[in-house]
Write a protein that binds this ligand. Structure first.
Ligand SMILES: NC(=O)c1ccc[n+]([C@@H]2O[C@H](COP(=O)([O-])OP(=O)(O)OC[C@H]3O[C@@H](n4cnc5c(N)ncnc54)[C@H](OP(=O)(O)O)[C@@H]3O)[C@@H](O)[C@H]2O)c1
Length: 262
């Protein structure tokens, strides 16, 4: 299937590894010209052929700078993917509400919500010009805010609501806005020795490998495995495509069947 994205211009945030890297690869494979932002430019990101921008998206001006560099490099913008998120995986993330400090709330909302607000503010004037698309990467945690660090899940709930609001406001100007909500995806968030998965395993008194092996069943993932980053990327590429011309204001769950409600 030709997604009709060839030659179009995209900016992707949080692109150096994991889901963001998979999204960049998928969009480049579809013939898009991509500007990719993260703090680190990894060899894997460089190898995609995207233009890599080193940027801290948790700073007030980082998001707008990334979009400005993208627009300048690409001569316009057809797609913004707000993928950056996650954040502090250190000790305390698996405790309850009373353990979270103001700083942790601030950090979680800055990376998972405000970064998307800021990139969107910078990108939407260009997306209205091109009748483009915007995709936010949220989480099933937005719908199950008790299952995960409450700072993160409520920031993702705000992001999902934000996407719906943008779809309403900018739909009449030709911009489609959609949300993708993954369940557990096989990335550093779960696999790295200093990621959230490692911290969760420690708090449960089990080995990280054991946690990862049991997670699909524990989460009710009927596919029996974690989601692959490329599977999320394929969904994002579809949503970016003119083939999805009537899909806007939607929130697409991709979680191996873990969500049991309709
Ligand atoms: N993995 C999951 O199970 C899962 C499930 C649901 C939703 N999600 C969401 O999917 C998105 C991607 O997650 P992932 O698992 O791929 O995460 P990841 O493997 O931890 O990658 C995060 C990416 O964001 C970049 N990043 C982090 N902080 C940044 C900052 N301050 N400025 C610029 N870039 C920054 C990282 O690069 P640098 O460190 O080089 O900056 C990296 O490229 C996130 O929004 C996450 O919440 C993930």
């Amino acid at each position: 299937m030709d997604l009709q994205l060839r030659g179009k211009a995209a900016v992707v945030t949080g692109a150096s590894r994991g889901i963001g890297l998979a999204i960049v690869s998928a969009l480049v494979d579809e013939g898009m010209r991509v500007v990719a932002g993260a703090r680190t430019v990894t060899p894997e990101l460089k190898a995609t052929g995207a233009l890599c921008v080193s940027v801290d998206l948790a700073t007030p001006d980082g998001p707008a700078r990334l979009v400005a560099e993208g627009v300048a490099e690409l001569g316009g913008l057809d797609l913004l993917v707000n993928n950056v998120g996650g954040g502090d995986s250190g000790e305390g993330q698996t405790g309850g509400f009373l353990g979270f400090t103001d700083q942790q709330w601030h950090d979680a909302f800055t990376l998972n919500f405000l970064a998307a607000v800021r990139t969107s503010r910078a990108a939407l004037p260009h997306l209205t010009g091109s009748r483009g698309a915007l995709v936010n990467v949220s989480s099933t945690g937005a719908r199950t805010p008790h299952a995960g660090p409450v700072t993160y899940t409520t920031a993702k709930a705000a992001l999902s609501a934000f996407g719906k609001a943008l779809a309403e406001e900018f739909g009449p100007h030709g911009v489609r806005v959609n949300t993708v909500s993954p369940g557990p995806v096989r990335t550093d968030m779960w696999e790295s020795p200093d990621g959230y998965g490692a911290e969760l395993a420690r708090s449960l008194g089990m080995a990280q490998e054991q946690l990862l092996a049991q997670l699909p069943t524990a989460m009710g993932m009927v596919t029996g495995r974690l989601v692959a980053p490329a599977e999320v990327a394929a969904l994002v590429a579809y949503l970016a495509s003119p083939l999805a011309g009537s899909t806007t204001g939607a929130d697409h769950v991709i979680d191996g069947g873990a969500t049991k409600t309709v």
